[in-house]
Design a protein around this ligand. Structure first.
Ligand SMILES: CC(C)(COP(=O)(O)OP(=O)(O)OC[C@H]1O[C@@H](n2cnc3c(N)ncnc32)[C@H](O)[C@@H]1OP(=O)(O)O)[C@@H](O)C(=O)NCCC(=O)NCCS
Length: 142
């Protein structure tokens, strides 16, 4: 697996993953995102030095994405991830998040809905530990 930075040319695939019904169910913001607002969001991330957007490539196919937002106060990255609907359930999420954590080599955290069993396993596989449960949202960090 290769991890590279996202470019604006990746907008279409990222939007299709973001608007997938399971992604929306597991996100804080569950609304359908429109093309224009998605492109604006991507451009703002790409020029923000505190936000990093990665895409994972396996066998020359884009299989997943991770966003890492640096939080000055805690000096840590808040992570959020999605696997392409075509490649779920194949261990790619575990592999991708572990690789990202190794590459970032920093404090990281993630908020996961308690029903999202696959993401809980992914976080634990990457070395994150459960710190608190706030109204069914699990706060993980390393
Ligand atoms: C959640 C998500 C990231 C999982 O990615 P994935 O590549 O399919 O996960 P993996 O194949 O690495 O599986 C990780 C573990 O979860 C298990 N798993 C996978 N899908 C599962 C499901 N739907 N229900 C229960 N367990 C599941 C796997 O068996 C594996 O368990 P193991 O470690 O015991 O073998 C992916 O489904 C996704 O993108 N969902 C939508 C977005 C999302 O939820 N993002 C996370 C927000 S915090």
């Amino acid at each position: 697996m290769i991890i590279r930075k996202v470019t604006i040319d990746d907008w279409k695939i990222l939007l299709s993953w973001r608007n997938d019904i399971i992604t929306r169910k597991n996100s804080h913001n569950m609304e359908l995102i429109k093309e224009e607002s998605h492109k604006k969001w991507m451009l703002s991330i790409l020029k923000n030095i505190n936000r990093k957007l990665f895409i994972a490539i396996e066998n020359e196919k884009a299989v997943g994405t991770v966003r890492a937002d640096f939080e000055e106060k805690t000096k840590s990255y808040e992570l959020s991830w999605t696997i392409s609907p075509d490649f779920r359930g194949k261990g790619i999420g575990k592999k991708m998040l572990k690789l990202i954590c190794i590459n970032l080599n920093a404090k990281v955290k993630a908020e996961i809905k308690k029903e999202n069993i696959a993401s809980i396993k992914i976080a634990e596989f990457a070395g994150l530990k459960l710190k608190k449960n706030i109204k069914g949202v699990l706060h993980y960090s390393n």
